[in-house]
Structures are given as structure tokens and as C-alpha cells.
Design a binder for this molecule. Structure first.
Ligand SMILES: Nc1ncnc2c1ncn2[C@@H]1O[C@H](COP(=O)(O)OP(=O)(O)OP(=O)(O)O)[C@@H](O)[C@H]1O
Ligand SMILES: [Mg+2]
Length: 268
């Protein structure tokens, strides 16, 4: 079910894993404008994907992801994880089946509604994908410029998200002047700037060392805690087994396992 809601966010910036459960007074109103909130953020009904070369990447996926969930997508290489994620942000279209994002049926979407739905989805990739000639501020602000937000609001919000990812002091640097972990934090800032309902992250720690990966995971957990649903594909066994979130395992294009507080379940 979807309805217009006022959304609240957690007030304090710094909390780590294991910090206390916040009380109601620790939250503040995120947006004075009510936003569309749905109990189910992602739903797939009998979704199939066959690529043009005949590869059957997905073979009948049925899944629901509720608002505020944190979901790991695991499985062997070539199992269909990235395809599963690409269908959610409409990078690829299914051969068969229905996909709903925040209540919108992606297969029946009118052209003029596409930007509205895209705004509700933040995407993070393994290779960061920052624009090399734009500085950090511009890379992040760009995501708000494309939705034609007022200039003043763009500046305020960009500094706010750069502060959240602790990169305010790098605002004028170019991506090439940043470490991999810092570049991924910029990509996270860019993904959350428009307050999306869901973040889709495909192996966001794939290029990072263990310590930096943990920093990224803490940030993802904070973003989830602030009210954003997270769907993350990963091969990082240690992270999945430590965080104990919902785990969806994809094998040969099918959901082989779907567990609350699940484990990685593979040797690699
Ligand atoms: N654009 C494409 N055209 C043809 N086949 C593709 C395309 N993209 C992916 N595939 C194939 O679809 C299957 C699923 O690929 P996908 O990228 O979804 O796997 P994955 O689970 O993300 O793997 P990895 O863990 O290596 O990232 C594989 O057999 C792959 O070769
Ligand atoms: Mg992949």
C-alpha cells in the first residue's frame, strides 16, 4: 500500500555500529512536503530476463522488499545478481513479468513519470562512476541539477550530504585526487542527495580493502537507519556474516534462498 507521508530522519550524525537505539525525540522531520511512501518498495512478479544472445539470466523471480529493509543479494558469479539489480533501476527491461518500484509498475510507466520514479532510486556501482572533469561538489550537485532544483537548495543539500559522508573538505578536489574509498563515499552522497526511497548498490565494496569496506558499510547502515531501503549485491562474506541482514541468494537465475538475518553461505 502507498500513501503520502511525512518522513522523519535521525538527527545525530555520528553513530556507529552498536550505538543505542534512538528515541522518538532524536528524529526530525525530513521534508515538510509529504512524499509518497509505500510499504513495499520493490516487488517482482514472475520476472524473466533473456539477453539478446539467448542467455537466460533470470528465470522466474518473485520477491518483495519492504520499506526500510536492508537486503544482501549473494550468489556465484554469473548467477544473475547484476541483472536483478539492473531491472530495478530500469537499466534493463524484463523479457517477461512485472516490476514495481515504490508502487509504480516499471513496465507500464508513462514517459513523463520516469524521472519521478528514477528520483526515488539511488544507484551505486563497484567502479564509482564519477564524472572525471567535475569536482566533488559538482559531481554530487549534478544529481539535483538534473531534477531542476533551485540553486540555493542544491548548495545547501550538497554540503549536507558531503558532511554526512565526511568529505566537505574535499568539495573542490577532482575525483582523481581522491582514494577509492573517498570516491565511493562521493558516489554514496550523489545517490542519496534526492532522498530516494531505495538505494541499489552492486558490489560497492568490490574494489576496496577490508577496512575501507567496513567504513562504507557503516555509512550504508546509517543511510538505512535514516529511512532508506538498501538492496546490495556483494561477494563480501565477512560483511554479510557480521551484519546479519536479510539475504537473498540467486543461483542460475532463480532465488535459491531468502533468509531474515541470513548468512553468506558460499566459500569464496
Ligand atoms: N548484456 C548482456 N548480454 C548478454 N548476456 C549477459 C549480459 N549481461 C549479463 N549477461 C549474462 O547473464 C548472466 C548473469 O549475469 P550477471 O551479470 O547478472 O551475473 P552476476 O551474478 O552479477 O555475476 P558477478 O557476480 O560476476 O557480477 C551471465 O551468464 C552473463 O554472462
Ligand atoms: Mg554482477
Amino acid at each position: 500500500m502507498c500513501r503520502m507521508v511525512k518522513s522523519y530522519v535521525y538527527k545525530q550524525r555520528d553513530f556507529g555500529l552498536g550505538s543505542k537505539i534512538p528515541k522518538q525525540r532524536d528524529f526530525e522531520l525530513r521534508s515538510k512536503i509529504p512524499i509518497l511512501g509505500c510499504d513495499i518498495v520493490i516487488e517482482m512478479q514472475d520476472v524473466w530476463k533473456t539477453y539478446s544472445n539467448g542467455t537466460h539470466a533470470l528465470r522466474g523471480i518473485n520477491v518483495k522488499v519492504d520499506s526500510n529493509e536492508f537486503v544482501y543479494v549473494v550468489g556465484p558469479s554469473g548467477a544473475g545478481k547484476s541483472t536483478f539489480m539492473k531491472l530495478m533501476y530500469r537499466e534493463e527491461r524484463p523479457t517477461k513479468g512485472q516490476i514495481f518500484v515504490n508502487g509504480f509498475n516499471l513496465e507500464k510507466l508513462k514517459q513523463r513519470k520516469i524521472p519521478f520514479v528514477r528520483r526515488n532510486i539511488g544507484v551505486i556501482f563497484q567502479d564509482y562512476r564519477l564524472l572525471p572533469k567535475l569536482n566533488i561538489f559538482e559531481n554530487v550537485a549534478f544529481a539535483m541539477e538534473v531534477i531542476e532544483a533551485p540553486k540555493k537548495q542544491i548548495k545547501k543539500r550538497t554540503m549536507e550530504v558531503l558532511e554526512l559522508v565526511k568529505l566537505k573538505d574535499k568539495a573542490n578536489s577532482l575525483p582523481s585526487q581522491l582514494s577509492g574509498g573517498e570516491q565511493q563515499r562521493v558516489a554514496i552522497a550523489r545517490a542519496i542527495i534526492n532522498n530516494p526511497a531505495v538505494i541499489i548498490a552492486d558490489e560497492p565494496t568490490g574494489n576496496l580493502d577490508p577496512e575501507t569496506s567496513w567504513g562504507i558499510m557503516k555509512l550504508m547502515e546509517e543511510i538505512n537507519f535514516r529511512g532508506t531501503t538498501i538492496v546490495m549485491a556483494t561477494h563480501n562474506k565477512e560483511i554479510v556474516n557480521t551484519m546479519r541482514k536479510r539475504v537473498i541468494a540467486i543461483e542460475h537465475g532463480l532465488i535459491a534462498r531468502d533468509q531474515a538475518r541470513g548468512e553468506y553461505g558460499y566459500e569464496d
